[in-house]
Design a binder for this molecule. Sequence first.
Ligand SMILES: [Ca+2]
Length: 302
Amino acid sequence: MTFGRGGWIPVKVPLAKLRRYWLSRLSSAGTFQALIFVFFLLTAFIGEHFLAASLAAAGTPVLSVSLEQVVSRPPGRFTQGLLFFQGRLFESTGLYGQSQLCRYPAPTSENLLAAELCLKLPENIFAEGLAELDGFLYLLTWQEGTVFKLAPQTLEVVDTYFSPGQGWGLTTAEGKLWRSDGSEHLIPHRAGDFAKDGPEVLSHDQAGPVTRLNELEFDPASGLILANVYMSCRIAAIKPKTGQVAYYLDLTDICSLESQSLISTQESVLNGLAIDEEGRLWITGKRWPHLYRISYQLPEPK
Ligand SMILES: [Ca+2]
């Protein structure tokens, strides 16, 4: 099987093979586009590896990832929240007039199956992060101050709360809902009324604050909150008690591949983290036409 529209790479796909695939597509688009592509790859490679070296020099481990599975999905979705719950994949998507919450069968083959159910949100709502607590979904909005509580079976809104401040990412850890707002802050909220529930945690590494935290996912295996860092190809793994970044995941290669998508724009950034019931990590990005299942080796404890 091959990778691409309708294609699937079953397991342990070498990134070099994916590069060859994208290069073969570009060759048909002409030499000029191919040169632009090579320039972009070199720029991304140098920039991200310089960044990785800086982070490593600052004492924060930067881990490479292995690609385990690629699943095609409907293109153009502006992913803001990604979540597995009760064997289903839930995704919230943003933009005014286009925001949705959709429920899909869990991805098991080469293509994500059609959504079982979608809720279209009002035109004045920009949907953001999504999490589950006590059997209900909680959906953030960007600047509207509105938080929706929904039934996962019907996607029916069962309650609405007001929460000041911006909503970016949301996840559940240690019985609380943790919200990011685009800064280095992780803000705990309680179920029921979404009131603040304890002190905020400030994300940082040895070089200082780690800002622009976006989509979140609590990893029960490590006890860390994984966070997309907006406009980067990094995932920060954050200790929820202290805010310290234990390590970064480097997604440079996958970002570079997705940037060649025909619908890629400057907004097509890494965003979307979900851990399935088997503890496997899935990622995607805004407008990305694929979901990726990835793995990585945890650093040795010091
Ligand atoms: Ca998530």
